[in-house]
Design a protein around this ligand. Structure first.
Ligand code: ADP
Length: 641
């Protein structure tokens, strides 16, 4: 099978990718089309999908070509003081650039006249002092002199207080008004159609705020409210796109504000911190007519309130896999070249590109598919490049930045990313936390697991297969069934976590009891009083987080073996779900499981036939596909004895 439609030795020989981001998105044609049309028609969009499938990339790509849609008039948002009500500054949106209006500076400065009480007190003081000084004079002269002194004194006091107020205004009185502070300020100049990105949890960034005016510090004491306004992303996105990611984290209160903004196309800003002096400030409603694009994982949608969800016109689910066709492998090659160019990496050999295709199959869980979780692939390519330029796994893990590694040339020799480099990264599991945890677990516990492949046949013992962690590392689980005579018949599940696993083993137990009771199995018959048997099923040393139904067939065989006391062969590991009619059903993670059976040294691995299409690499182990229990039983029981 040819992997790509072009022949090449290294990616250097291949044409440069398109510089336009919109041409670089692969595998999400439908989503790109819908987002483009939504933006053209001013509709709101919700993008749902796995992490790293290109949600942000699509929005960015559309943002890049926003200008191509229609004419855009640049605008400026300014804030002015409100002299009548300083706590309600005025925010205005003006077309084009803001030209400073000289009139603004001539606003008369209101000053506070000295209060009547102050004047009265000063008059009394002058009267008392002068009457004491003139106590020797005749009464009539004294009164006249006191009156004159009091009037002159008051006048002097009045003038000096008035001048004092002016002086104080220019210095640091908190409520005083500085003429410069009356100038409007530019909050935002928008020259091209905006695309503003904000995380859903960042309330201030999304909705705007009014800064606190502390004693000292920043902003300086006395900064008037209009200079403390911070615009929100919703305002900066006016006439453009607001992209909100991580919707899971969006507080309900913020959803309400966004809903209001969508409905009214304007929203005021007020201080968000109730303990701050900004809390008393509120602007007039500020225009915010934007296209809303939100994104998140599939499950996150539950966090969105129904009214907001209702306002979203297009809800698109992005794909996480594509078919493994020649055309799509070529697209994957295009992706590789893009990543190399966009991240300034070394070229890749043909074999390394094939290794990436194989990895894309593995991550998709099937030979037939290619993953579209491309961020993960991109990270692996970057790390393989690190290996190519001489860093080792530990350095990459600890994120050591080495100057010498930045050189693309190594001693004048061209460096290529080879298949070996890619494999090193895959095997190290360094690209995934969950894979590293699983590797660490296996490194520590494998030798304690008492797994003896290809041993003598044994009653009640079978080897099942599991996948540890989200990013898949296969493991073998020993399943043991013991039967005890008892007055209370019951099935006990030991070491089995997860509801799905528990239900599936209960099903296996019921089915095996039924089959044994009916005596229709292709096995020697035995009379058993099932009402006096207590069944114990143990997943020996199983990884605590396993959940799933892929051990149902194994558990069923283990119980039948224990009930009938017929030994099971030990040269195989098995995976497969089971329905009540005895059909073996497909399971996930087949390649990781086959690989684990191989690594533990089993001769055979039994898998559901429906999963055969998923197997990428059969090398080294016999794979036996099965469809039903009837087909399975003759393969696994040892009937010699
Ligand atoms: P998401 O927003 O879905 O989590 P991103 O758009 O942030 O994913 O994707 C992260 C990176 O992965 C992108 O910058 C790009 O390098 C790569 N990538 C993801 N999806 C695609 C895609 N569909 N086509 C090309 N590259 C992609």
């Amino acid at each position: 099978m040819e992997v790509f439609s072009v022949k090449f030795k290294t990616t250097e020989e291949l044409p440069e990718p398109s510089p336009r981001l919109i041409d670089q998105v692969i595998g999400q044609d439908e989503a790109v089309k819908v987002v483009l049309s939504a933006v053209k028609n001013k509709r709101h969009v919700l993008l749902l999908g796995d992490p790293g499938v290109g949600k942000s990339m699509i929005v960015k790509a559309v943002g890049e070509i926003l200008e191509e849609f229609d004419n855009f008039t640049p605008y400026t948002i300014i804030a002015k003081p409100n002299l009548k009500n300083p706590e309600k500054p005025i925010v205005e949106l003006i077309d084009g650039e803001y030209k400073e209006d000289t009139k603004d500076e001539k606003i008369s400065i209101p000053t506070q006249p000295p209060s009547l009480l102050t004047l009265f007190l000063i008059m009394i003081a002058f009267t008392v002092i002068s009457s004491w000084l003139l106590r020797g004079l005749p009464e009539s002269k004294m009164l006249a002199t006191i009156a004159i002194v009091a009037i002159v004194g008051s006048l002097i006091a009045f003038v000096s207080i008035f001048l004092g107020v002016l002086g104080a205004t220019k210095s640091s009185m908190p409520n005083a008004v500085n003429p410069v502070d009356l100038k409007p300020v530019i909050l935002y100049e928008c020259k091209k159609r905006p695309l503003v990105r904000a995380s859903a949890y960042n309330v201030t960034k999304l909705l705007g705020d009014v800064k606190h005016c502390p004693l000292g510090g920043r902003p300086p004491l006395g900064t008037p409210p209009h200079k403390r306004i911070i615009l929100g992303a919703i305002h900066e996105a006016h006439k453009g796109i607001l992209y909100v990611d991580e919707i899971k984290t969006m507080p309900l209160e913020v959803q309400d504000y966004i809903l209001t903004a969508l409905q009214d196309k304007q929203l005021q800003i007020s201080g968000r911190n109730p303990n701050s002096s900004g809390a008393t400030v509120e602007t007039n409603p500020i225009p915010c007519d934007f296209i809303l694009i939100m994104s998140g994982n599939m499950d996150d949608v539950h966090n969105l309130r129904a009214p907001l969800l209702d306002r979203i016109d297009y809800k698109i689910v992005l794909k996480n896999k594509m078919d493994n066709t020649l055309e799509n492998r070529d697209k994957l090659l295009q992706f590789i070249i893009q990543e190399i160019r966009n991240n300034n990496l070394n070229p890749m050999t043909y074999e390394a590109c094939c290794e990436i295709v194989k990895l894309a199959q593995l991550l998709a869980g099937s030979r037939d598919k290619l993953t579209l979780r491309l961020r993960k692939l991109s990270n692996i390519i970057k790390m393989a490049n690190d290996i190519a330029i001489g860093r080792d796994i530990e350095e990459i893990k600890n994120n050591v930045e080495g100057e010498e590694y930045k050189n693309i040339e190594n001693n004048g020799k061209k460096v290529y990313i080879t298949a070996e480099h890619v494999r090193k990264i895959i095997e190290s599991g360094i690209y995934s936390m969950s894979k590293q945890v699983a590797l660490e677990y296996l490194r520590n516990f494998k030798r304690y697991k008492h797994i003896v492949p290809n041993d003598e046949p044994k009653v009640g013992i079978i080897y099942g297969l599991a996948v540890l962690g989200e990013d898949g590392l296969g493991d073998v689980t020993k399943i043991i069934t013991q039967i005890i005579d008892s007055k209370s018949p019951a099935t006990h599940l030991l070491n089995i976590s997860g509801d799905l696993a528990k239900h599936s083993i209960t099903l296996a137990s019921a089915l095996s009891k039924k089959l044994v009771a009916e005596g229709k199995l292709p096995l020697p018959k035995k009379d058993i009083d099932l009402t006096s048997k207590e069944i114990y099923i143990q997943f020996s040393q199983s990884y605590s987080k396993i959940d799933g139904d892929s051990a149902t067939a194994a558990a069923c065989l283990s119980i039948i073996s224990a009930l009938l006391e017929i030994p099971l062969k030990q040269d195989f590991a098995i995976t497969g779900s089971l329905d009540l009619s005895g059909n073996i059903l497909a399971v996930g993670g087949i390649n990781e499981k086959v690989n684990a059976a191989k690594e533990y040294g089993f001769k055979r691995v039994i898998i559901p036939e429906a999963n055969m299409i998923d197997v990428i690499d059969t090398g080294g182990i016999e794979i036996i596909p099965v469809r039903t229990l009837d087909e399975l039983i003759p393969l696994v029981f040892d009937l010699k004895k």
